[in-house]
Design a binder for this molecule. Sequence first.
Ligand code: ADE
Length: 226
Amino acid sequence: MRIDIITVLPELLKSPFEASILKRAIEKGLVEVHMHNLRDYASNKYKQVDDYQFGGGAGMVLMPEPIDKCMQQLSSERSYDEIIYMTPDGSTLNQQTANTLSLKENMIILCGHYKGVDQRIRDLWITREVSIGDYVLSGGELGAAVLCDAIIRLIPGVLNDETSALTDSFQDQLLAPPVYTRPREFKGMKVPEVLTSGNFEKIEAWREAEAYRRTAERRPDLLDRS
Ligand code: ADE
């Protein structure tokens, strides 16, 4: 998989890809992530990439020309399965979208800033608009990092234990059951006996029951959906 991220703040996006699972995925050659600084595509000498909005009102808008130039450059080099715009008015990211996107080959992620990007860029280039939740961030960068993390960990070979992504919360519309590690007793609290019984059928049944119980208690809306 190859991900190209277009941003005015590439430095904000560095660290998530320099640690832990995402770093290892890149080192293993399972994913390539390339940052493109929008200012490098600005045409005037001040490297201007934003301007006032027509009709008045507070907040700047990212100009169409630099984004279009960058999109044209990238699209001339390879074809893209998705060109995603990070925006609070996009459709809310969920596990199903992450699963779908994890199967793609090449993707561009455009990060919005200030009031967002000129609508004509959305009309012309964007195939999918993604929000990471009903709140407003200062820009799309942190959203893009969240989206990349959710996608990349699903690529086969990225996680060490191949089954572990399948047992995550949401993979089967359920929250994950509780987990325990050593010691067996901690501050007087014991690990549920079934987990140390060695009976895998019983363990599976317990986990499933706990997953339902937790989902019913915390996210009954997930049960209504299926
Ligand atoms: N940019 C600003 N707010 C955002 C959000 N909630 N999700 C994605 N991108 C954003």
